[in-house]
Design a binder for this molecule. Structure first.
Ligand SMILES: *[C@@H]1O[C@H](CO)[C@@H](O)[C@H](O)[C@H]1NC(C)=O
Length: 430
């Protein structure tokens, strides 16, 4: 009995600390992070809610400067943007070159075969447009991963159940050689989801092995095309999804491992969620075993509350959704009484905050209470919301704040319903 009470208390403790999965407003899978301009941009698949088989019609984008507060950028690309595509907006990867961003996707064609397409944009957040009006590669394989090696040669790999590559031309939307099949080392147990990158002259191929349920494995070599040596399992089979798909990046001196599981309420193999863990490479460049956690990663730095912050910048949330906003970007909607948004590591400073402005719209009414430390922690103020006359008729409401000093996790705890939330900004005490 005592043990079970302690276990229960411990699990609530973990939930309060939870930052994984890092998107709670929808189901996301196959995270493909790109470090760009001081932020991590995580492109993801989007499993439609209620799916009982693969049902993905667009890709989504989230970004962060601190690895814990993730801003929702909506949908940069959709199946509809490829006139020849029918279904399955599967695992993408995005890479910059030539002043553009190249967005590689696997999709199922109108003829039922799988192929790889490419879309481009001059803005990382899109919108992206089909670069070719037809597939780049028709080979009935999926899971593109792209790498520009130190010599400047770009390689596009793809897989399932074999691993192939083509050498991309400088234009990134055509290729000069291949497809070439890569000879896999014995013991590789290769299935799908390759993520290829070079680090300290070692070429890494991380991938999903032993379908179903999958674990994440890797192999390394001294050239982009091998031969590769099998190096073992990175993430053992776990979580409520029978697939997994890794991505590995370095950001601001830290190394991160992205993957997916089924950890949100209702989650499973078709309603997946992207997560991230931090790890350290061993001195010989090998990768340690990494376990799934709900705690997630440590914040790098803090969040400044005295500049405009988007409501859709979220460390963790419950019972909110996001939508395209008439003022530009995205807003938070679907608010119900008891919904909350956690923003992590908010730096109020020594003088602290005197007031808060929130941008809201809707015909409903309610209140936004602000708490520190937890949903029921120190209450620092409440902004009242009344009808603004329309679901996208935006209005700024200001309320007094007291007791907000230092650096704290902050919770917007919502009362009432029928309103949406676009952005917020505190004023510092003078
Ligand atoms: C990219 O698009 C976003 C959203 O429209 C915009 O806020 C941002 O300024 C753009 N970035 C550049 C570099 O043009």
């Amino acid at each position: 009995m005592l043990t079970s009470i302690l276990a229960l208390a411990a699990s609530f403790g973990v939930l309060a600390q939870a930052d994984n999965p890092f998107v709670q407003t929808l189901f996301t899978a196959d995270p493909a992070p790109l470090v760009y301009n001081g932020r991590v941009y995580a492109f993801v698949d989007h499993d439609n809610t209620g799916a009982t088989y693969y049902d993905m019609t667009d890709w989504r984008l989230f970004s962060t400067a601190d690895m814990v507060n993730w801003q929702d950028h909506g949908s940069p690309l959709s199946l509809k943007d490829f006139s020849w595509a029918k279904a399955n907006a599967w695992a993408p990867q995005i890479i910059p070159r030539n002043g553009q961003f190249y967005f590689y996707v696997p999709v199922t064609n109108k003829d039922g075969s799988d192929s790889i397409g490419v879309a481009t944009s001059t803005n990382i957040t899109g919108p992206y447009k089909d670069a070719l009006g037809k597939p780049l590669i028709t080979h009935s394989e999926i899971d593109p991963t792209v790498m520009i090696d130190p010599s400047g040669q770009a390689y596009l790999y793809y897989a399932n159940p074999d691993l192939y590559y083509v050498k991309l031309n400088q234009d990134m939307v055509s290729y000069s050689s291949g497809p070439t099949k890569i000879t896999l080392p014995s013991g590789a147990g290769f299935q799908e989801a390759p993520w290829v990158y070079e680090r300290n002259s070692i070429y890494y191929v991380a991938y999903a092995g032993t379908c179903c349920s999958e674990n994440i494995r890797y192999m390394t070599g001294s050239s982009p095309t091998g031969p590769f040596t099998y190096k073992g399992v990175i993430m053992p089979t776990q979580g409520k999804s029978f697939t997994n798909h890794e991505a590995i990046i370095d950001f601001r001196g830290h190394s991160y491992f992205f993957y997916h599981n089924g950890a949100l309420p209702g989650g499973n193999g078709y309603q997946r969620s992207a997560c991230v863990e931090e790890f350290k490479y061993n001195s010989d460049g090998t990768i340690p075993t990494i376990q799934m956690t709900t705690a997630g990663v440590s914040q790098i730095g803090t969040l400044i509350p005295y500049t405009r912050q988007e409501a859709e910048t979220i460390a963790f949330s419950a019972n909110v959704k996001t939508e395209v906003c008439s003022e530009g970007g995205i807003d938070v909607t679907g608010i119900q009484s008891g919904s909350y948004i956690k923003v992590k590591g908010v730096a109020f400073g020594m003088a602290g905050a005197s007031s808060l402005a929130v941008r809201v719209a809707g015909t409903g009414s309610g209140s936004i209470a602000i708490h520190l430390g937890s949903q029921t922690g120190t209450h620092i103020g409440t902004c009242s919301v009344t009808s603004t006359g329309g679901s996208q008729s935006w209005k700024t409401v200001t309320c007094a704040i007291s007791g907000a000093t230092g650096t704290n996790d902050m919770y917007f705890v919502f009362g009432g319903s029928g309103y949406s939330f676009d952005y917020w900004q505190f004023t510092q005490k003078s």
